[in-house]
Design a protein around this ligand. Structure first.
Ligand code: CA
Length: 238
């Protein structure tokens, strides 16, 4: 699944690492996931970069020339402008006390070399969510229906719903704007994307499927058809 950060500026990660092959590997993987990457190969340069252009997160190697990662982290924490800057320490040693020390001096998290890139990416994403750089996905609700965006689960009235991918995105879009009426063209732009050519009546087909999936026998239809205008997540006006 391509990650990326639609609708927002790319988060910038400063990689501080003196081993060129590892730096190249990390840059490649982070850029592939939609991050902007800055680099520094020693501790002094790291502090300079942070002061010049504050990144969204620092991935900081412990063992560095000129100034150790620990010292860099300490100075980042000491400066008011960077006190809250998210820092992940990369430790080469496996001793637990190094990890504890990294956290003690103010690193937000640490990872021990050698590590799997996926594990690092998960920590970076989690930390960016905690720091508010990347919005947290959560649960969207409307009446007795709820959508857990992280787990991709939709429940109505205690019943798990099974939606196709298009119906899921359609419902997610409605849940983000409850009560608002959207034309078929607006829904095509938002859910299918501007570049894809789809007939407006395709929307009607998917709305029909969505209704079938979310409304059980005897439940109120929470999708309102607005004549000659479009649809809304709403209750029929009586
Ligand atoms: Ca190193």
């Amino acid at each position: 699944m391509p990650e990326g950060f639609p609708g927002m500026a790319k988060p910038t990660i400063l990689i501080v690492e003196d081993e060129a092959p590892l730096l190249t590997l990390l840059r490649y993987n982070l850029e592939k996931q939609g991050f902007r990457v800055e680099e520094a190969t020693d501790g002094q340069e790291a502090l300079l970069r942070v002061a010049e252009n504050k990144p969204d997160l620092v991935l900081l190697d412990w063992m560095l020339p000129s100034l150790s990662g620990i010292e860099v982290c300490r100075q980042i924490r000491r400066r008011p402008a960077t006190r809250d800057l998210p820092v992940i320490m990369v430790t080469a040693r496996t001793e637990d006390q190094d990890a504890v020390r990294a956290l003690d001096i103010g690193a937000d998290d640490y990872i021990t070399k050698p590590f799997a890139v996926e594990a690092l990416l998960a920590r970076i994403r989690a930390l960016l969510r905690r720091s508010g750089t990347v919005p947290t996905k959560g649960t969207l609700t409307f009446l007795d229906l709820s959508m857990d965006q992280d787990a991709h689960r939709v429940v109505r009235n205690g019943r798990a719903l099974h939606l196709g991918p298009t119906e899921y995105r359609l419902l997610e879009f409605f849940l983000m704007h409850p009560g608002r009426v959207f034309s078929r063209e607006q829904m095509l732009d938002a859910v299918w994307g501007r570049d894809i050519h789809v007939e407006p009546r395709t929307v009607d087909v998917h709305i029909r499927r969505l209704r079938k999936a979310i409304n059980a026998e005897g439940e109120v239809d929470i999708i309102r058809t607005v004549r000659s205008a479009g649809y809304a997540l709403d209750l029929e006006e009586v």
